[in-house]
Design a protein around this ligand. Sequence first.
Ligand SMILES: [Mg+2]
Length: 165
Amino acid sequence: MIKVVVFDADKTLWDHHNVSEFEEPLKLVDANTIEDSKGRVLHLYPEVREVLKELKNKGLILGLATWNTEEKIIKILNMLDLIQYFDIIVARTYPYKFLMLSDIIIEIHKRNIHVKPNEILFLDDRRGHFGNVWLYLGNVKCLEMWKDITRYRDIFNILNDATNE
Ligand SMILES: [Mg+2]
């Protein structure tokens, strides 16, 4: 049964590929859109907000594992009013998702919650990360965003399938 869902940010939660390059001041264009001072824009993908809220209401632990500066990620999540949904945010200036996931697992254990690798669902638009996740962390359920699932609501099918396994 899945207890933890970990999301990538760029190209997974929103359509921009690297929000670390966003330059201040940032402007909230509408609830799901941010524009930086140079005209760079990010749009939150459809259903993200609703799905995060629903996962949280189901009692799942939500994590974020992103190759970005922590400062920028916290700022953007605050502007989009999404920060409330994430229990653990790991933003690093390197791309190694298996290290970020292991930091998330350590943090969960510190809270006296025991999770096994197969109780973690990891969503990322770059399949290339999954090999090291499996090699170093074990049987984490990894989904390539927009290939393995094509809309956010599909996450619930995966959760139901995992429950029935
Ligand atoms: Mg990405």
